[in-house]
Design a protein around this ligand. Structure first.
Ligand code: ADP
Ligand code: MG
Length: 479
C-alpha cells in the first residue's frame, strides 16, 4: 500500500494534498487518536470516532474526515469541542477543528475492511444487496437538527403528554408502545420531539440504527426504487432499522403502492418489536386519505397530541430562546410577543430572531416600541390566519352543499363549482401551495387546482353576479 496517500480516492485528495499535514502534525494527530478511546470510552470510540482520519492542516485549522454527514453532525454536536481542546493542549497553534465528509468508495473491499468502518463491523449489518448501509442511510433518511433536543424543548401543559411519551420511548430501552403517534398543528414541535427522541436513543445506544425521514421523502424514494427496479434494497433497508421515524405521515395519501409498502414495512417492524414513531397534522382517525387498515393500525400504540400553545408556554419558550441567543430582552417585549403571536412556535421564534438581529445591526436596545414597528407586518398576518378548512366550510355553507362534497369525486356542476370556488379562495387567501391545496380537496392533483383558479377568474371576469357571490364569501372570511 502507498504510504503517503490517504486511503481516499476522491477529487478532494488533490486539493488537500497541497495542504498535506507535516510529519509533526501527523504525529500529533496520531497521539490524539490514541487518546480518544480513553477519553470517550470504548463504545463511543468504536461507533463514532474510529473513522476519524487526518486530512489537512492549514493556518491553525486541523481538518479531519469521517465517511458520512450524519457522523459529522453527531461528532460536531457531541465531541468536537473536547477533541479540539485535546489538540490545543498538545499544540496551542491549533485553533480550529474542521470535520469534513469524505466518502470512501462503497465497493472498495479493501476499504471496508480497513479502519474506515467501526471495528465491530462484522457483527453488524454493513451492506444490503452489496450497498453500504451508510450510503443507504445518507439517501434514505434525513439529517437531524442538532438544536432539536429534549434539553431545548420547553414543556408546558399543551405538550406535556407528547413530551412524556417521547421521553418514555427514548429511555425505556424496550418498546413501551408501538407506534408512538404524535399529532398537532403546524409549528407546535412535532419534528422537534422526533429529533429529540432520535438524539437521545443514539446517545445511550450509539449502535442503534435510528432512521428518521419525512413521509414525502419515503414516497419519493420508494417511487425512485420502483423506477430503478431496486425495491428489494429499499424494503430490506427499512425492515432492518431499529427505530423508524416518519414525519408528517399525512403526506402518504391516495390508495397507492407507497401506502401498501409502508403498511408492510410497518407490520414487519412491529413484528420484530422495533420502535416506530410517527407524526401527523391530525389524529389517525382523521386521516381519511389513508387506507382503513393502515389508519387503524396507526392508532394501536400511544396517540399523543400537541395542543395549541398557551400564553405561559409561549412565554417560557421565548425566555429559553432569548437565553440561548444570549439576548437581553425586556419582559414587556416577551409578554407582547407571547400575546400577539399565538398561532405557531416557528413564527414566534422567527419574530424573536428578527428583533435580536435588528437590535444588533442598529446597535439599539430591544424595546417594546421597536418591536411593534418591526413586527407590524408579521402581526397583521398572524392576527387573521385563514385555514383551508374554514374556507371549505364557509363556501359549503354559502352554496348549500355538504362539507364532504369538498373532498368527494362528484362532478355534478352544483358541487363542482363551489369546490372550484373554494380552491380559488384557498389560493388567494392562504400561503398554501397548489399541491397542498389539492391534497386537502380529496387528494386532487395540483393541475386540477390550477385549472379551478383559472376557471373562477374567468367566470368572475365574465359575470358580475358570479363575482359578487365569490366576494360575499371572501368578505365573510377576511372579516
Ligand atoms: P412541527 O414539526 O410540529 O411543525 P417543529 O417541531 O418544526 O414543528 O417546531 C417549530 C419550531 O418551534 C422549531 O424551531 C422548534 O424548535 C420550536 N418549538 C416548538 N415547540 C417548542 C417547545 N416546546 N420548546 C422549544 N421550542 C419549540
Ligand atoms: Mg415538522
Amino acid at each position: 500500500m502507498d504510504k503517503t496517500e490517504p486511503a481516499k480516492k476522491t477529487g478532494k485528495a488533490e486539493t488537500t494534498n497541497a495542504l498535506a499535514p507535516s510529519s509533526e502534525i501527523k504525529a500529533l494527530w496520531s497521539s490524539i487518536y490514541d487518546m480518544l478511546r480513553n477519553e470517550f470510552g470504548e463504545a463511543v470510540f468504536r461507533s463514532w470516532l474510529k473513522p476519524l482520519t487526518l486530512q489537512a492542516y492549514y493556518h491553525g485549522t486541523l481538518e479531519v474526515s469521517v465517511p458520512t454527514r450524519f457522523m459529522r453532525d453527531w461528532i460536531q454536536n457531541h465531541y468536537q469541542e473536547k477533541i479540539l481542546s485535546l489538540c490545543a493542549a498538545k499544540n496551542p497553534e491549533i485553533k480550529r477543528l474542521e470535520i469534513v465528509v469524505v466518502q470512501s468508495s462503497v465497493f472498495d473491499s479493501e476499504l471496508s475492511s480497513d479502519n474506515a468502518k467501526p471495528a465491530n463491523a462484522n457483527e453488524k449489518l454493513t451492506k444490503i444487496n452489496g450497498r453500504a448501509i451508510e450510503e443507504l442511510e445518507e439517501n434514505l433518511s434525513s439529517p437531524l437538527d442538532p438544536r432539536f433536543t429534549f434539553e431545548s424543548f420547553v414543556v408546558g401543559e399543551p405538550n406535556a403528554l407528547a413530551n412524556a411519551a417521547a421521553l418514555r420511548v427514548s429511555q425505556s430501552g424496550n418498546v413501551p408502545f408501538n407506534p408512538l403517534f404524535i399529532h398537532g398543528g403546524v409549528g407546535l414541535g412535532k419534528t422537534h420531539l422526533m429529533h429529540a427522541i432520535a438524539w437521545s436513543i443514539k446517545e445511550t445506544n450509539p449502535d442503534a440504527r435510528v432512521v428518521y425521514l419525512s413521509a414525502e421523502k419515503f414516497m419519493y424514494q420508494f417511487v425512485r426504487a420502483l423506477r430503478y427496479q431496486d425495491t428489494i434494497t429499499f424494503k430490506e433497508f427499512f425492515r432492518s432499522v431499529d427505530v423508524l421515524m416518519i414525519d408528517d405521515i399525512q403526506f402518504i395519501s391516495g390508495k397507492d403502492s407507497t401506502q401498501e409498502e409502508f403498511f408492510h414495512t410497518f407490520n414487519a417492524l412491529v413484528d420484530q418489536n422495533k420502535q416506530i414513531v410517527i407524526s401527523a397534522d391530525r389524529s389517525p382517525s382523521d386521516m381519511t386519505s389513508i387506507d382503513e387498515r393502515l389508519r387503524s393500525r396507526l392508532g394501536w400504540g400511544l396517540v399523543a397530541d400537541l395542543q395549541p400553545s398557551t400564553y405561559e408556554l409561549r412565554r417560557g419558550i421565548l425566555e429559553s430562546k432569548a437565553k440561548a441567543l444570549e439576548a437581553d430582552i425586556p419582559s414587556n417585549v416577551l409578554e407582547f410577543l407571547a400575546h400577539k403571536i399565538s398561532s405557531n412556535i416557528r413564527e414566534l421564534e422567527g419574530a424573536l430572531n428578527r428583533i435580536v438581529a435588528h437590535a444588533g445591526l442598529m446597535k439599539q436596545p430591544v424595546t417594546l416600541e421597536n418591536t411593534q414597528n418591526l413586527l407590524s407586518d408579521l402581526l397583521r398576518a398572524s392576527e387573521r390566519r385563514i385555514t383551508i378548512d374554514e374556507i371549505q366550510r364557509k363556501v359549503a355553507e354559502h352554496f348549500g352543499v355538504r362539507m364532504s362534497d369538498m373532498h368527494s369525486a362528484r362532478r355534478a356542476r352544483a358541487v363542482a363549482r363551489p369546490r372550484q370556488i373554494a380552491m380559488y379562495l384557498c389560493k388567494r387567501l392562504t400561503q398554501r401551495s397548489l399541491p397542498e391545496i389539492g391534497r386537502k380537496f380529496g387528494g386532487r392533483d395540483h393541475t386540477t387546482v390550477m385549472h379551478a383558479v383559472r376557471k373562477i377568474e374567468e367566470l368572475m371576469d365574465q359575470d358580475n353576479s358570479f363575482q359578487d357571490d365569490v366576494d360575499v364569501v371572501r368578505r365573510a372570511l377576511t372579516g
